[in-house]
Design a binder for this molecule. Sequence first.
Ligand SMILES: *Cc1c(COP(=O)(O)O)cnc(C)c1O
Length: 371
Amino acid sequence: MTNNTQKLKPATVLVARGRSHTPGSPLNVPIVPASNFVLGDDAEYARDTGTPTWHAFEEVVGAIEGGHALAFSSGMAAAAAVFDQLPTGAKVLIPTDCYQGVVGLANAGVKKNQWDLHTVPLSHTGAWVEGCKDADLIWVESPSNPLLEIADLETICGAPRKQSAILCVDNTFATFLNQRPLQLGADLSMHSATKSIGGHSDLLAGVLIADASKHWEVLNQTRLLTGATPGALETFLALRGLRTMTLRVRQAEQNAIDLAERLEKHERVEKVRYPGLPSHPDHELACRQLQGFGTIISFDVIGGAEPADQVCASTELIQHATSLGGVESTMERRANNPGQEHLPPGLLRISVGIEDVEDLWKDLEYALTLS
Ligand SMILES: *Cc1c(COP(=O)(O)O)cnc(C)c1O
């Protein structure tokens, strides 16, 4: 690679990096199902020194986010590695609206008297700035799951914090195509690679991207010691997902904007939450901060739980399933999930796929009419 590599655009990095340039080598890094390697070179034992697909995956994600990536067995394994860095009695900030697995992890530590937890609404930028002063972990998720709230990342990442503090942004919903937290001053960016990175709902993986000098080393050590390492097949699939990610995400995003606008006009819909709509309370901030509005829409069906469940049961194309980021559209009523009962009862979250938008709308419109 030439020095020009540094200047490559994200769409090119996703396709071009993580490949060998040695004559005769395969264009795509092959899956190597090995736990151990013949000693005498860098590769020794897979939990420690990794496998070729895992390294290639990390190379691409690190290059695109502007840091050094660490692949994990899942998004939660990546999150747990971050929480694992905290000293006893630490002060932890998380958003009020936050991925429920991370909330569970944070609460589990509170139960064991490991840290003090403070939940702050994402829109209360002043409270984040104040909280950053003496926090040990500042965990931000933007846009948030499932309410799609937006944090003022530039202000929060720029606020004074302790030398030893960790500021981590869960970048799963935005993806690095739309937002690169390290460039705004975050210490870590985190993804559930299970979602838009993998893109086909056929793997579990996670990734952290760190500033090499600051946190990479200790997180790498934690991954090794806890064995939270990804499989060779999973990282192959995640890497393969990266290759088409720009096309997938941009198409799904286009569909999402279209559906969000149409949903907003539908008589059975009370409210649409999508950062790309002018009606979103943080639309202006989203326009400044994000290069795209993402592939997730949440909307509230009039009448609450029962009609919303009816909508989920009535679509034929849009699968009634949890999770998100696949090429296929999925939808679920979030308050149905244990621990999410506080959410509006009629709130449906759609992960918009890459199907033809007219087919998606027909499916949704029909289901709404029945509700
Ligand atoms: C899915 C998800 C996670 C957890 O990732 P897993 O791969 O399921 O462990 C974390 N944060 C967000 C925003 C997610 O959507």
